[in-house]
Design a protein around this ligand. Structure first.
Ligand SMILES: [Zn+2]
Ligand SMILES: [Zn+2]
Length: 183
C-alpha cells in the first residue's frame, strides 16, 4: 500500500489490511507464518521551517501483529515468535534534510525516517517495524543443547558420540605431540 503525499494532502488515509507471507521480505532473520495484520492512519504534518519553507512530513500511526519463525540461536530449529507492536512514526521527504547542514533538532528524532519522491510504502515501514520488534536472541527452549560443534548433530534430538570437554582437549594435545615426535 502506497501513501501518496498528494492524496494525503486532501485527507488522512486509514488502513486496515492483512499481508500474506512473502509480501514483505524479512531476509534471513525471520519468516512470516500466516497473515500479518496492520491497521492505522497516515496523515500529512506540515513543518514550518520558514515563511516559504514548509516541509510535508508523513505521520504514520498504527499497529501490527503476526506470527514469525525465527531460527533458534543454538540449534537453528525454527521457533514461532508472536509479535505485536504499536508505532507512531514521522517520515520526512528525503530531499528536505540533504542540504548538508544539519538543522537544529528540538524534538527527539529517534522516530524520524525518510520517504523517497512523493510517497511512502507501508510494506517498507512494516518490514522495518517487524525487524525492530524481533527478539535479539531466540532459543527454542531455555536449555537447548544446540548443535554439536564437531559432527553437527542436533543434540536435543540425538545424542552424539563426540566427546567435547577438558579430557578431549588433553587428548588432542597429546595427539599433536605424538605427531611431532614421530619421524
Ligand atoms: Zn534450539
Ligand atoms: Zn557430535
Amino acid at each position: 500500500m502506497e501513501f501518496k503525499i498528494s492524496e494525503l494532502e486532501r485527507e488522512p488515509i486509514e488502513f486496515d489490511l492483512e499481508l500474506a507471507p512473502g509480501v514483505i521480505d524479512l531476509g534471513t532473520e525471520a519468516e512470516q507464518a500466516g497473515q500479518l495484520a496492520a491497521s492505522g492512519q497516515a496523515e500529512v504534518l506540515h513543518e514550518h521551517r520558514g515563511p516559504k519553507d514548509i516541509v510535508a512530513d508523513i505521520r504514520l500511526k498504527g499497529r501490527f501483529s503476526g506470527k514469525f519463525q525465527v531460527p533458534c540461536a543454538r540449534c537453528v530449529d525454527p521457533v514461532e515468535v508472536p509479535l505485536a507492536a504499536d508505532f507512531d512514526l514521522i517520515f520526512r521527504p528525503a530531499a528536505a534534510d540533504s542540504e548538508g547542514l544539519e538543522r537544529s533538532i528540538t524534538a527527539p528524532e529517534t522516530e524520524i525516517g525518510y520517504y523517497q519522491k512523493d510517497s511512502l510504502l507501508l510494506e517498507d515501514v512494516l518490514r522495518e517495524q517487524v525487524l525492530l520488534a524481533l527478539p535479539v536472541r531466540t532459543l527454542c527452549k531455555p536449555d537447548c543443547k544446540g548443535l554439536c560443534p564437531r559432527c553437527g548433530v542436533n543434540r536435543n534430538s540425538q545424542p552424539c558420540n563426540c566427546e567435547v570437554g577438558p579430557s578431549d582437549l588433553r587428548w588432542e594435545a597429546l595427539a599433536g605431540l605424538r605427531g611431532r615426535i614421530e619421524p
